[in-house]
Write a protein that binds this ligand. Structure first.
Ligand code: PRX
Length: 676
């Protein structure tokens, strides 16, 4: 925020230029059947009834012991929802459905290879497998409530099973996206001080068999070198009984799960209820420094929020067939593939591979075959599917009634294709805005009550008090036409409990940036997103104001990418910026300056690229590594990333007289011209 102009206005990366669109009413057939259809909801959750209105959320859950209060706000910003209440997340996601719906499908596992059968897993079977693994974790490894286990699994049923087995025992799970490298995995094992790692031999992606276990070996060594020695690595097999990784099982490290599962096929673990504010999971997310933040979510508040938003926003009903194409390794998958839909009792598709494999018709084929009514995906996936198969949706007829998106702004043109072609004009489109930290949706229409507006994430949900502030702490009125920082003015149950082991960082990252001017005494949650609010209350998200790069709806920290580049010998400085990409929204573009004596060469660029993908994963691969002699800096030595971004996007870089080295600008312009 230090680079923002004096008058308190915000000039974010400016990549969203589209104009305000007209509002469109959802199809009447949708509205007639929508669960959230009563405007009283807004009154119940209005500030006049704060926090008591959130009893409605708690009422969606089964509690073993009632809570003493709705909210404990005696120690802001560490809010505690439903204190004293006790519950178990797996009773809510599994056991409570067993009497009525034991045979209802919880997940259809769809392997990427189309010739492999789709496997249904009923709620009864899922509960059995969760109990079985929980039994192994408890009896064989002595794991107990409060321990941490890291899970590094691809999109296979073992992933939600492992998460829920932890939740049953009160173990805090920390799932690391399967595409992350062994090093990144090792870092997260160290930070969470996990006792075990759960992984798999390999999986299919884009038609290839990917060896996965090899990353566990790297992570094991990386963690050990930093003093965290895993007690064991639990290895599942993608095809049980057929171990296929090139990396051999190691004595004293690896435990092959298939034989253990056979031994423990009938275990039943009593679900112990835990206090509402005990930890459920840690999800690492990128932030402003090189060290990823462990966002710690609790049980009661989180589960109530994802259950309520699954119902009100996604309109999920028990037994609905639903497909969220995200990966469970990100927060969207935690909230809207695992905890929310299972708590509702819905039937979800769990798809192993990439959406456009083997062709861009695959998602529509799967959706038609399984009768998917509700689809949830990212603008990046929609753009890719549109580009590769603009007419493909016409060949199939899935019964879509709601199409949701998440993760990045969706431009009206892409929105229209989603609405007109994918939904055949019959489904409502819902753009949901939120963050890892927020547990679940913050901004979205309630599709049974609000009109749609292409390109806008919608108004704040009932119970969310959202507003835009400038950098001086002034609240900008709806319709002001000015951009500012999106803030949430009151706590809500989905807000994370804190940052793992770092309460000071929680406060300083989210609650101090907006303690300015008249807001000194308030605890405004800072989203770090720039946004505008139109007169009708709808918000348009313009992008991050901090050092986070949003690639295909996934958050990457600039500092993590730059630190990786700086590990290459001969690199003196590095600066990464988001560069517009027609499919992924943005991709990282990396500038590096070499040390004297190291000359610019293709070899150096390639080493930097390799260092980045090895340190983080292929998702962080830069569009290009541009070698410059000097990076533009302020007189105090700060690298001007905003200026690099203006140059890369061919925009007016503004006043250059304050630079310490204005001559660097022309050189960079020249290099950028060569790139395009
Ligand atoms: O910049 C916003 C963008 O994604 C960021 C949060 O990323 P993450 O924590 O990984 O969670 C992604 C899934 C919720 C936000 O700060 N973002 C998320 N949803 C939207 C969005 N930007 C615009 N429109 C959205 N619907």
């Amino acid at each position: 925020m230090s680079e923002t102009p004096e008058d308190g206005a915000i000039e974010p990366g400016i990549s969203v230029h589209w104009r305000e669109e007209a509002r469109i009413d959802p199809p009447p057939a949708f509205v007639r059947q929508a669960t959230a259809h009563d405007r009283k909801l807004f009154e119940t959750l209005s500030s006049a009834h704060f926090p008591e209105g959130f009893r409605r959320h708690a009422a969606l859950l089964q509690w073993d012991h009632p809570f003493e209060a709705v909210l404990d706000q005696t120690n802001p910003p560490f809010y505690r929802w439903f204190p004293g209440g006790r519950l178990n997340a797996t009773v809510n996601t599994l056991d409570r459905h067993l009497r009525e719906a034991r045979d209802r499908v919880a997940y259809y596992f769809v392997p990427e290879d189309e010739s492999e059968d789709i496997t249904p897993l009923t709620y009864g079977e899922l509960a059995e497998r969760v109990n079985q693994l929980a039994g192994i974790l408890r009896d064989r490894f002595g794991c107990k409530a409060g321990d941490r286990i890291t899970i590094h699994l691809p999109m296979v049923p073992e992933l939600p099973i492992a998460m829920l087995a932890c939740a049953r025992l009160g173990i805090i799970h920390t799932v690391v996206f399967s595409g992350f490298s062994g090093k990144a995995l090792g870092n997260r094992i160290v930070d969470s001080e996990s006792r075990l790692l759960i992984t798999m031999d390999g999986y299919y992606r884009n038609g290839q068999w990917l060896d996965h276990k090899v990353k566990a070996d790297e992570a094991y060594l990386a963690a050990a070198s930093e003093g965290v020695r895993l007690e064991a690595v639990l290895v599942f097999e993608r095809h049980p009984g057929h171990y296929r990784s090139a990396s051999a099982l190691r004595d004293g490290q690896d435990v092959l799960m298939t034989p253990h599962l056979l031994d423990q096929s009938r275990s039943r673990i009593d679900a112990v209820p835990f206090e509402s504010n005990e930890g459920l999971f840690i999800m690492y997310s990128s932030g402003t420094t090189g060290r990823p933040k462990g966002c710690l979510h609790g049980i009661g508040g989180y589960l109530s929020w994802v259950t309520a938003t699954s119902r009100d926003v996604l309109d999920l009903k028990p037994g609905d067939v639903y497909w969220c194409m995200a990966d469970i390794g990100w927060i969207t998958g935690h909230s809207y593939i695992v905890y929310g839909p299972l708590s509702i009792g819905a039937t979800s598709v769990l798809y192993e591979g990439v959406p456009n494999f083997p062709d861009a018709g695959r998602p529509w084929r799967i959706a038609e075959k399984l009768g998917v009514e509700i689809l949830h995906t990212s603008p990046t996936a929609i753009r890719a599917l549109r580009r590769e198969g603009p007419d493909a949706p016409h060949r199939y007829h899935p019964p879509f009634r709601l199409l949701a998106t998440v993760g990045e702004p969706i431009e009206p043109e892409t929105w229209r294709w989603y609405h007109d072609e994918v939904g055949h004009g019959k489904a409502v489109v819902v753009d949901t805005y939120w963050q890892t930290e927020t547990g679940g949706h913050l901004l979205s229409i309630l599709p049974g009550l609000d009109p749609m507006k292409p390109g806008s994430a919608g108004p704040a949900l009932p119970g969310i008090e959202a507003a835009i502030y400038d950098t001086e702490g002034r609240r900008l009125a709806p319709g002001s036409g000015r951009a500012g920082i999106l803030a949430i003015e009151r706590p809500w149950p989905g807000l994370m409990l804190g940052i793992w082991k770092d309460p000071a960082r929680f406060r300083s990252t989210y609650f101090e940036p907006l303690k300015r001017g008249a807001q000194q005494d308030r605890w405004l949650y800072c989203t770090h997103d720039a946004a505008m609010q139109s007169a009708d209350g709808y918000f348009r998200i313009l992008g991050r104001t901090d050092d986070v790069i949003n690639v295909a709806g996934h958050r990457l920290g600039s500092k993590e990418i730059e630190s990786a580049a700086l590990t290459v010998p001969g690199i003196a400085e590095a600066a990464v910026i988001p560069y517009p990409d027609p499919v992924k929204g943005h991709v990282p573009l990396l500038f590096v300056a070499t040390r004297p004596g190291t000359s610019a060469s293709k070899g150096i660029s390639r080493s930097v690229e390799a260092a980045v993908t090895e340190s983080i994963g292929p998702i962080a691969r830069p569009k290009a590594v541009l070698i410059v002699s000097d990076l533009p800096k302020t007189r105090s030595g700060k690298i001007m990333r905003r200026l690099l971004r203006a140059l890369a996007e061919n925009q007016d870089p503004g006043d250059l007289t304050t630079l310490a080295n204005p001559e660097s600008v022309d050189a960079i312009r020249g290099i950028l011209r060569q790139m395009s």
